[in-house]
Write a protein that binds this ligand. Structure first.
Ligand code: HSE
Length: 447
């Protein structure tokens, strides 16, 4: 904190007054007296940078700038809150704030996932905190759960629904058979979707969040470039219906797991048994299951997006920094990641090295013996068929003379499945590319 500040007051500079920025401003102003009572310190917004200045801010005595860098340069600001999103100018702004000795609170998952290693190193050198609880799963305090509540555990794996927009779309497609574009538009209107909605539907947003979760779970550096990412844009209502017939739901999951070969880090649509709690997390809600060696499985559920839920986590970070700053025993440092002791012995596995059960949907010409041929190929690669659905052709299948065949397979190495799928696709009887969705069993877990 700057020298001008005293122990009773934390001066906040807010950059960005969109959905989350507006929610944060509202929460801090309406709850100020209660927060002061709890923390023993006043959290005051003294400076706001926004492209759309509002006269009511001036009435509150808040300085307003159009240039966000004014906030990073203002010696009367102790903490810069970055709620603009994106890389530029967010990265430059955060580094300047750190350089000027300010703590930083950010909801910017892309920034932390991609540039976090550089940012944390700069913060470490300056002795300031960079806190980012709001970057992952909105109002769910999952970073604090990993860093504090589960601190005694070795984490075995975690799996989560961490993109509300994708979950909302899958839920609406499954329950109301609504079209993808219409549901996406609704998610945008509700303020859930990213500025570029491909970040939601192609899994990039979830990949940013999983990168951050894995770093906290395993004490590794942020490695966004190594994550396997697949979105929901190729999931059809037919897949959702077939999965349901087999007793499963299709959820977009981020999964990270420590294995003897290395760390799995993957985001993709996943079949989850309808009996698992996480299969019943619907709409825009998020949930993360964490398996620790001592606590066992714990489940965190809540709103993953939206102004109020995300502001709850932003303000929680501000309160953490205020409390740490007041505590003369610990000084003002909350370690954002174990950056001085990062594990470097754990490799991120390529997706071809993971093992999974699979859902396969094969569009085959309606000829005698086709099923036998497909099952022979799978047998040749050591893959068992655990369940089959074969439907009467209708609609487009009827016109093409094809039938949809849906299989659930036994557990197999992904690269073996890649080869088997290649052979199946090369059969004369198979009309189209094979749809493959990984299955997550969680086995004895509470997920
Ligand atoms: N677009 C994100 C989501 C917002 O849908 O989950 C919260 O990070």
């Amino acid at each position: 904190m700057s020298q001008e500040s005293d122990k009773q007051r934390l001066r906040i500079g807010l950059c960005g007054l969109g959905t989350v920025g507006g929610g944060t401003l509202r929460l801090l102003t309406t709850k100020q007296a209660e927060i002061t009572r709890r923390v023993g310190m006043t959290l005051d917004i003294v400076h706001v940078a926004t492209r759309r200045p509002d006269a009511s801010l001036q009435e509150l005595g808040i300085r307003i700038s159009q240039d966000v860098f004014d906030v990073a340069r203002n010696p009367d600001v102790d903490i810069l809150v970055e709620l603009m999103g994106g890389f530029e100018p967010a990265l430059e702004l955060v580094l300047l704030a750190i350089e000027n000795g300010k703590h930083v609170v950010t909801a910017n998952k892309a920034l932390i996932a991609v540039h976090g290693n550089v940012i944390f190193e700069a913060a470490r050198k300056k002795g300031v905190v960079v806190a980012y609880e709001s970057a992952v799963a909105g109002g769910i305090p999952i970073i604090k759960a990993l860093r504090e509540g589960l601190a005694a555990n070795s984490i075995h794996w975690l799996a989560g629904i961490i993109n509300g927009t994708s979950n909302y779309i899958l839920t609406e497609m499954g329950e109301r058979k609504r079209d993808f574009p219409e549901v996406l538009k609704e998610a945008q209107q509700l303020g859930y979707a990213e500025a570029d909605p491909t970040f939601d539907v192609e899994g990039i947003d979830a990949a940013h969040k999983l990168t951050i979760l894995a770093a906290n779970a395993f004490g590794i550096a942020l490695q966004f470039e190594k994550i396997y990412t697949e979105g929901i844009s190729k999931i059809t209502t037919a897949d959702i219906a077939y999965a349901e017939e087999l007793g499963y739901r299709i959820k977009h999951l981020g999964i990270t797991r420590i294995t003897p070969k290395g760390i799995e880090l993957r985001v993709h649509p996943t079949l989850v048994s309808e009996r698992q709690l996480i299969a019943n997390v619907n709409g825009v809600m998020n949930a993360v299951v964490v398996k620790g060696d001592s606590a066992g499985s714990t489940l965190y559920y809540g709103a993953g997006a939206g102004a109020n839920a995300t502001a709850s986590s932003v303000v929680a970070d501000l309160i953490d920094i205020a409390r740490a700053g007041k505590d003369d025993r610990t000084g003002s440092v909350i370690p954002p990641l174990a950056f001085s002791n990062l594990r470097t012995d754990l490799e991120i596995l390529d997706i071809s090295e993971i093992e999974s059960e699979y859902y396969l949907r094969i569009s085959a010409y309606d000829r005698v013996g086709v099923m036998a041929k497909i099952s022979q190929v799978l047998t040749n690669y050591g893959i068992n068929i655990e369940a089959v659905i074969q439907k009467e052709p209708h609609g487009a299948d009827l016109e093409k003379g094809t039938v949809p065949m849906v299989l659930l397979t036994s557990r197999i190495l992904e690269k073996t499945m890649d080869i088997a799928i290649g052979v199946i696709e090369s059969l004369d009887e198979v009309a189209d590319s094979v749809t493959r969705i990984r299955v997550e069993l969680f086995n004895d877990e509470i997920a």
